[in-house]
Design a protein around this ligand. Structure first.
Ligand SMILES: C[S@@+](CC[C@H](N)C(=O)[O-])C[C@H]1O[C@@H](n2cnc3c(N)ncnc32)[C@H](O)[C@@H]1O
Length: 244
């Protein structure tokens, strides 16, 4: 059985369907996006959030920035949004143009080195108009999410033409970097793909130091999607930062 990168991103959409009515995290972003005249979605993936915003009647400027070509190909199925190939640091091509920048679904954790983080935050800051907001979430290292990423936990994806199994395995944990693989297989165990990813788990103090250095002020910091405070048990550090 052939399982192409295009199949892989279609599967992502199936598993993580954007739905502001059902998911508090999607609703958090939807409210911000619908209230902003111009939006830059960084690491937009397959473009689900911006597709949905247009669908819901957003009439302003919507731009998706994404380095992964299969994801971008899928995003481009909708042509009434601007789609740009590039990493977060490539946001340096825009100057003072956006009311809102977003990095949804933990895309921020893909910024793994200090150099990449600094270049990305400087670029996002420059792309926003003064007073513009940058909204994103990153998993809270105190909650140690990676400890549940093990092959014993097998996810079944069945229905809508799919019948697959998927599991994760942590390969290394080095300081604040976690490298893991995601394996996709048929129900009888034939492996179709193994993809490795490294994510950075910044704690609140380090995160805020990077944001301050780039010229951002924290407007909101929450530990969940209901507006609760950050505790050691919080799974996410949800942030709305403002370009000072
Ligand atoms: C978990 S996905 C989230 C996709 C999308 N935001 C969503 O909510 O469905 C993370 C995305 O970040 C992208 N990414 C990886 N490195 C990046 C970088 N340096 N700058 C921007 N995006 C990056 C990946 O290609 C991937 O599409």
């Amino acid at each position: 059985m052939d399982f192409t990168p295009d199949d892989s991103v279609a599967l992502y959409d199936e598993m993580y369907r954007w739905d502001g009515a059902a998911n508090a995290s999607d609703r958090f972003y939807d409210l911000l996006v619908m209230a902003a005249e111009s939006v830059l979605d960084i690491g937009c993936g397959t473009g689900m959030m911006l597709h949905q915003a247009r669908e819901q009647g957003h009439t302003g400027r919507l731009v998706g920035l994404e380095p992964d070509l299969p994801s971008l190909r899928r995003a481009r199925r909708r042509t009434d949004v601007e789609w740009v190939e590039g990493a977060a640091s490539d946001a340096s091509r825009w100057h003072g143009e956006f009311d809102l920048a977003t990095m949804a679904s933990n895309a921020f954790q893909c910024l793994v080195t200090d150099k990449e983080l600094r270049a990305s935050l400087a670029a996002v800051h420059g792309a926003l108009r003064p007073g513009g907001r940058f909204a994103f979430e990153t998993r809270n290292p105190a909650a140690r999410a990676w400890e549940s990423w093990n092959p014993a936990v097998v996810h079944t994806i069945a229905g809508n033409g799919w019948d697959l199994r998927q599991w994760h395995e942590v390969r290394s944990v080095t300081e604040d970097l976690v490298t893991f693989t995601e394996t996709t297989a048929t129900p009888d165990g034939m492996v179709l793909s193994v993809d490795a990813t490294t994510l950075r788990f910044l704690d609140e103090a380090r995160l805020d130091a990077f944001l301050a250095e780039a010229g951002f002020a924290i407007e909101r910091r929450e530990g969940d999607w209901q507006g609760g405070p950050v505790t050691d048990a919080s799974r996410s550090l949800v942030t709305v930062a403002r370009r000072a």
